[in-house]
Design a protein around this ligand. Structure first.
Ligand SMILES: *Cc1c(COP(=O)(O)O)cnc(C)c1O
Length: 435
């Protein structure tokens, strides 16, 4: 038997399970869907993470998106150290909140005012409360396979961990609550129209990941977002872009810049916290003015606008404002995409590589993926094998078919070459077994 290279992670996992359900604080980390030992990470630097056994991996999870600069970027770490010395939290306003708010509002002109919270979940949850208050309607439309955090009412046919674990929804959500969540099909405007037809005066908002990234990456078809913009306006419903992943990721101004579509409200998280817990929701002033203390819609947070989190966000976004950042991400990610496609073709492996900028998913699927239904056609047992093959070769890929891989500015040519070689070896192995 080969030496156990996950010895210490295994030991920690056994211990963790005594205290933490499933040994984790977020389900996908338990590696259930890919049949691998959950890793315990000790540190990260640039494109790499190092586990408790000292194994190094090229990391394509990047904390699920926030670390677009890679791990422990010196500028961010320096700023954080200085900020920590000045005090970690006050529960009173700091100038840092204005600074980050200004940066975000300048990047996304649809955001005239915003409120910082501590997670993407809080951002979407409150954006919906606000949309309901503003419109006086209770129902919302979401898309099958769309993930918007774990608030009640957003867990029906959700992507991310629920898709990974094949859960249609979650117990504990009152039926009365779930009733107000109507589901449409991503990239299918007629499915949205049907819902509006049925409830023409009852829909508060449509919430969408403008680029679906929690059923794997599924780009919007041409005009889909624009048509959705027009339709929501026709029915006096708000359009909420959940840009928790895509904000500052697919372009400096997010998917709304990339596709030129202006939502009423935007939810942010991940990158704007630079690796610390942050979320935000914002949009048109007349809507945002309904938030307490200037309006009646209540929302608060002990640690909201936390100075460390604001600092990490400010430093991260400052670096993203440098020239050619997004061209570099595009170049690195397209190299990876090309090499995956080539290795797959050379070895007769049928797959789809979906990509927008530095978000990428390999679907083991014979036909193109356009929505949740087609995403779910993917061969997840093959995906699991693929994941383990990469892990064996020192590459940490997202441990789920229904998540995006994240390419960062720290991924260099050498990383891409090593990753491409690993793909080639794995696909050669898959190919030879099929002959
Ligand atoms: C991650 C994510 C969320 C939830 O953010 P958390 O910080 O994990 O609560 C919401 N929406 C989208 C699109 C996400 O990817």
């Amino acid at each position: 038997m080969p030496e156990d290279k996950f010895k210490r992670s295994r030991k920690l996992y056994a211990e963790a399970q005594r205290y933490l359900p499933g040994g984790v604080d977020s389900p996908v980390r338990a590696h259930k869907a890919v049949g691998a030992t959950p890793l315990f990470i000790e540190r990260g630097k640039g494109s790499k993470i190092f586990d408790a056994d000292g194994n190094a991996y090229i990391d394509y999870v990047c904390s699920w998106g926030p670390l677009i600069l890679g791990h422990a970027r010196p500028e961010v770490v320096r700023a954080l150290k200085k900020a920590a010395e000045r005090g970690t939290s006050f529960g009173i306003s700091t100038e840092l909140e204005i600074q980050l708010a200004k940066i975000i509002a300048a990047a996304m002109p649809s955001i005239e005012m915003l409120r910082f919270v501590n997670s993407g979940t809080e951002a979407t949850m409150t954006a919906l409360r606000l949309a309901r208050a503003f419109t006086g309607c209770d129902k919302i439309i979401k898309f099958a396979g769309g993930y918007h955090g774990h608030a009640d009412g957003l867990l029906t046919t959700a992507g991310s961990g629920l898709a990974t674990l094949d859960l249609p929804d979650s117990p504990g959500v009152p039926a009365s609550h779930a009733q107000n969540t109507l589901t449409a099909r991503y990239n299918d405007l007629s499915s949205v129209e049907q819902v509006f037809h049925r409830y023409p005066k009852e829909i508060a908002a449509v919430i969408i990941e403008p680029i679906a990234a929690n059923m794997g990456v599924v780009p919007p078809l041409p005009d889909f977002l624009n048509d959705l913009r027009l339709m929501t306006r026709d029915y006096n419903a708000l359009l909420i872009f959940d840009e928790v992943i895509t904000g500052f990721r697919v372009a400096y101004g997010g998917a709304q810049e990339l596709y030129g579509v202006t939502p009423d409200l935007t939810c942010l998280g991940k990158i704007i916290g630079g690796g610390l817990p942050v979320g935000a929701y914002g949009g048109r002033r007349e809507i945002m003015k309904m938030i307490s203390p200037i309006g009646p819609v209540y929302q608060a947070g002990t640690l909201s606008g936390n100075p460390l989190a604001m600092t990490a966000g400010i430093e991260t976004i400052k670096l993203l404002g440098r020239p050619n950042v997004y061209t570099q991400l595009e170049k690195t990610a397209s190299q990876l995409q090309d090499s995956i496609r080539k290795s797959a073709a050379d070895n007769g492996i049928r797959l789809q590589v979906a990509r927008v900028s530095s978000l990428l998913t390999v679907f083991f699927n014979a036909s193109a993926v356009v929505d949740y239904e087609s995403a779910r056609q993917s061969d997840t047992s093959r995906f699991a094998e693929f994941f383990r093959g990469l892990l064996d070769r020192g590459i940490y890929w997202p441990p789920s078919q229904f998540e995006a891989a994240f390419i960062s500015l720290a991924h260099n040519d050498k990383d891409i070459r090593s990753t491409s070689n690993a793909f080639e070896e794995i696909f050669r192995d898959f190919g030879s077994r099929e002959k």
